[in-house]
Design a protein around this ligand. Structure first.
Ligand SMILES: CC(=O)CC(=O)SCCNC(=O)CCNC(=O)[C@H](O)C(C)(C)COP(=O)(O)OP(=O)(O)OC[C@H]1O[C@@H](n2cnc3c(N)ncnc32)[C@H](O)[C@@H]1OP(=O)(O)O
Ligand SMILES: NC(=O)C1=CN([C@@H]2O[C@H](COP(=O)(O)OP(=O)(O)OC[C@H]3O[C@@H](n4cnc5c(N)ncnc54)[C@H](OP(=O)(O)O)[C@@H]3O)[C@@H](O)[C@H]2O)C=CC1
Length: 291
């Protein structure tokens, strides 16, 4: 099956990155969110990120303009349903995602493939609420989408071969690499990465090190491009906590217990970069460690 129109639901950091790479690869993209304000901000951010690629001579000004012209925004599920492939990239809460798929259902074309960019939630369970579990796949991009090479593809128990292969072709057209993961909590990357981040928060909670020393230790001692607390702020602390909760509940093992300090930060609304405060304070010129 040929994919030409793609609907992206959720215009946060992942949704805007997905729209960006899809438009650059030549797909027509319809981007949606709950408010026009969120959509306007997302399009402005895509334009800035494309400009950055122009100034680094990765793409030409003409390519940027054509890509931007391929992105439209909508608040209507009917517009999203009339596409070949939908990528849901809304907040990491199962109830939010279920409601989205419920409201999208009546507007879908018979051939539309449904996918979720979820970081952790069961693809089989999300698919089972739709009228097409065989055309449902986990399509998991990494952050920041324009820079990261990997996409995890996760088949639910009912996903058919054609759906998987169609999405694999999309990944190839993006110039990215797919890793196939089975449908277990948090799949591959986050099963390994997010417990490490959670352990870094425990290290902070127990006073083994402060924010700066923990991040420096992992950057210089393990050659990670970002320290784990810096990375947690970058991913979003709400998303990290949601992933730990899925691991804890789904695998029923105390080793996945979310650190109480992570829970407290999320309860405070300190979600990392997106709220300008997490383990670092981002309100000034340079991020300042908070502990
Ligand atoms: C939670 C989940 O479900 C799954 C996940 O995603 S987990 C998170 C996975 N991601 C990671 O682990 C990221 C770890 N961090 C890194 O790899 C690096 O810090 C990074 C790639 C993010 C940035 O690297 P850096 O060298 O410090 O960044 P920076 O110098 O600002 O930018 C590098 C290049 O990307 C470009 N760039 C940065 N952000 C960009 C964006 N959003 N769009 C387009 N280009 C961008 C810059 O212009 C720059 O271009 P040049 O190489 O031509 O100079
Ligand atoms: N952050 C990361 O590093 C990664 C995240 N992911 C996954 O991608 C998804 C999105 O994450 P991310 O972009 O970081 O999150 P963000 O918080 O940046 O963005 C989520 C967006 O979804 C919007 N939203 C919430 N409810 C709805 C709805 N009912 N309909 C449409 N839009 C809605 C939010 O609006 P509002 O702000 O108004 O609530 C927000 O704009 C999650 O499933 C996450 O696990 C996957 C890979 C990496």
């Amino acid at each position: 099956m040929e994919i030409s129109k793609i609907g992206v639901i959720g215009a946060g950091q992942m949704g805007n990155g997905i729209a960006h790479v899809m438009a650059l690869a030549g797909y027509e993209v319809r981007l949606s969110d709950i408010s026009q304000d969120a959509l306007d901000k997302a399009v402005a951010l895509i334009a800035r990120n494309l400009d950055r690629q122009v100034s680094r001579e990765k793409i030409s000004g003409e390519v940027r303009d054509t890509a931007l012209g391929r992105i439209s925004t909508t608040l209507e599920m009917a517009d999203i349903g009339q596409t070949d492939l939908v990528i849901e990239a809304a907040t990491e809460q199962e109830t939010v995602k279920q409601k989205i798929f419920d409201s999208l259902g009546p507007h879908l074309l018979p051939h539309t493939i449904l996918t979720s960019n979820t970081s952790s939630i069961s693809i089989t369970r999300l698919a089972s609420r739709t009228d097409r579990p065989e055309k449902f796949l986990g399509f998991h991009f990494m952050n920041p989408v324009p820079l990261m090479q990997l996409v995890e593809l996760i088949r639910g128990i009912a996903t058919d071969r054609e759906t998987y292969e169609t999405c694999l072709k999309v990944v190839e057209r993006l110039g990215k690499t797919a890793a196939s993961a089975e449908d277990f909590p948090a799949f591959i990357v986050n099963r390994i990465l997010v417990p490490m981040i959670n352990e870094a928060v425990y290290t902070l909670y127990e006073g083994v090190g402060n924010v700066k020393s923990i991040d420096m230790a992992m950057k210089l001692g393990a050659n990670h491009p970002m320290g784990p607390l810096e990375l947690a702020d970058f991913i979003g602390l709400d998303t990290c906590l949601a992933i730990m909760n899925v691991l804890h509940e789904g695998l029923a093992d105390t080793k996945y217990r979310p650190c109480p300090l992570l829970t407290k930060y999320v309860e405070a609304g300190w979600l990392g970069r997106k709220t300008k405060r997490g383990f670092y304070d981002y309100r000034g010129e340079e991020p300042v460690p908070t502990r």
